[in-house]
Ligand binder design. Sequence first.
Ligand SMILES: Nc1ncnc2c1ncn2[C@@H]1O[C@H](COP(=O)(O)OP(=O)(O)OP(=O)(O)O)[C@@H](O)[C@H]1O
Ligand SMILES: [Mg+2]
Length: 252
Amino acid sequence: MRIAFVGKGGAGKSTIAGTFARLLARRDRAVLALDSDPMPGLPYSLGVAVDDHPIPDDVVVPGPAGRPRWVLRPDLDAPTFVDRYAVRGPDGVLYLQFGNLWGHAVRLQQAQHAWSQVVEHLDQHQWHLVGDLPGGTRQAMAGWAKYADTVCLVVEPTVKSLHTAKRLLALSDATWAPANILLVVNKAGDDSDAKRISERLELSAAAVIPEDREVARADRRGAAPLDTVPDGPLCATVNDLVSQVECLYARN
Ligand SMILES: Nc1ncnc2c1ncn2[C@@H]1O[C@H](COP(=O)(O)OP(=O)(O)OP(=O)(O)O)[C@@H](O)[C@H]1O
Ligand SMILES: [Mg+2]
């Protein structure tokens, strides 16, 4: 499984991706959670003990004649890289963080080169990949989610979230055409929210997650849904989504 969660900022990507990764791991799958958001939210949703675990700069060396500018150190292939820099979290999920922006955007250039080279060479038979992208269209447009053949579009019932979703749909078509696009309506107030969003995007909803104040309350403490509201609607709906995605892969 190679799935990436995209959508507007604040729609719930990290909350859902983190819960999805853990619930998948509970089905005896080896799961690698890929966090390419330079303002990472995924560690909290996974319940990983560290939130600041960026790729160090010395994983790359200057490329031959500067093209590409940085290449992965010869002693680091993708599995060694994951082994060395990913952190193991609850339910055995491996968590790999691209970088953490503390005001030094330039420093992330090395991490960015390392990330793209590692992600391109991850063995999909070794791990199921669950990716969390930053909000908006920028990374998607630049091909950061190309490792994913399933894209989960997370939309909350706001006009802004819908606009971003429309652009992401157009982009994914134009740039990397994932095999599956799944719509997840999050923070739904009632059935009309999901209906409206589905109609506007011309996509039926694979999952509809209700607004749950307990989820938001736990998040204020930096706690993961599975550790705070495991029996709530969010975890139950995401578990159904895991089943759906497993069926998709079983069919293909
Ligand atoms: N179903 C829900 N009900 C209530 N609150 C929710 C729900 N899903 C997510 N939230 C809350 O919405 C906020 C944003 O969620 P989250 O950080 O997962 O969004 P995101 O899309 O990853 O945002 P960003 O683009 O900034 O990374 C958090 O406070 C989270 O707890
Ligand atoms: Mg996030």
